[in-house]
Design a protein around this ligand. Structure first.
Ligand code: Q46
Ligand code: ZN
Length: 294
């Protein structure tokens, strides 16, 4: 198999793009897909201060690496969850990356905030992952606003987006479908949020991270259950295998055809938390409630 760009021996075959690439041309292709997403969805420009939410995993470190290579002004934010045998390892990987790339890293430690995830887990009967997700989003937003960033970038890839879309459609979760977008504009109290990896698959991201020699955390969080999304990803990959290109068509089709209709009927959250000002459905947001302010 030959590289479609330079005719050298190909190392990667991408059926959905009807293409095969050598190492250099694959990296060029990957960066180009990210650039295409950034530009077509007007995510940010070289003038913007970008905050990248980094967990130490493959996707977020890939995102940070690509943005730095493309010359964007991108700093990292790591939220230390206080999970034994996991959070320190993840922090080590992120710190090492930041040092090697000479990039700025901000660290928030949930122990200092009084809400480390193992304590939160003890206090709640809910699935801890949904609270953990809310807490992370809360700090990404708060720190981003406080430190004067223009936009928050997360490492969600096409498979994350498609499996989420699939799940939201299967269960007709309209309130989540409205918010499913590669770009969420800023509003009062909310930083603009973007997903520059929305055009690249999990496989392509893994290949990129491997070719670039990125050292990321490859152990799972001990609280991770992830079964539903993993199951959807598996089924979607089977469909993709017999019909290459389905994933990106499904996602782009949603953004083009259904999203505009949903946006028209969207009801905005009007409430703000009376303690910290974060947008919320009730009087006090869930993080302030966890901190015991009610
Ligand atoms: S870190 Fe937090 Fe994940 Fe661990 S507790 Fe669940 S949500 S699994 S991405
Ligand atoms: Zn090539």
């Amino acid at each position: 198999m030959k590289c479609v760009r330079c005719k050298k021996q190909a190392e990667v075959e991408l059926k959905s793009h009807n293409a095969a690439f050598c190492r250099d041309c694959f990296l060029y292709f990957f960066e180009n897909q990210v650039l295409k997403a950034i530009k077509s969805f007007r995510m940010f420009t070289k003038k913007d201060k970008i905050l990248v939410a980094v967990s130490g995993g493959k996707d977020s470190l890939t995102l940070w690496n690509v943005l730095l290579d493309l010359g964007y002004n991108a700093d990292g934010l790591f939220v230390h969850l206080g999970i034994e045998g996991f959070s320190d390892i993840a922090k080590g990987k992120v710190e090492r990356f930041a040092k090697e790339r000479n990039a700025k890293l901000i660290v928030v430690n949930l122990k200092d905030e009084g809400i480390p995830i193992p304590e939160v887990k003890k206090k709640t009967r809910r699935v801890v992952c949904s609270l953990c997700g809310q807490i992370k989003r809360y700090y990404f937003n708060m720190v981003g606003l406080k430190e004067g960033y223009d936009v928050l970038a997360t490492g969600h890839n096409l498979d994350d987006e498609v499996s989420r879309l699939f799940s939201n459609v299967l269960h007709w979760k309209m309130e989540y479908l409205v918010d499913q977008s590669p770009v969420l504009p800023s509003e009062e109290g909310l930083l603009k949020k973007v997903k520059p990896l929305c055009r690249v698959t999990e496989y392509e991201t893994s290949v990129y991270a491997f070719f670039k020699g990125l050292d990321f955390v490859d152990i799972e969080c001990p609280y991770s259950k992830g079964a539903t999304f993993t199951m959807y990803k598996k089924h979607l990959n089977q469909i993709e295998f017999s019909s290459p290109g389905t994933k990106i068509d499904f996602y782009q089709g949603f953004l083009k055809n259904l999203k505009p209709i949903l946006e028209k009927r969207e009801e905005k959250i009007k409430n703000r938390c009376k303690i910290c000002g974060y947008p919320t459905f009730s009087d006090v947001c869930s993080v302030c409630r966890l901190k015991g302010y009610t």
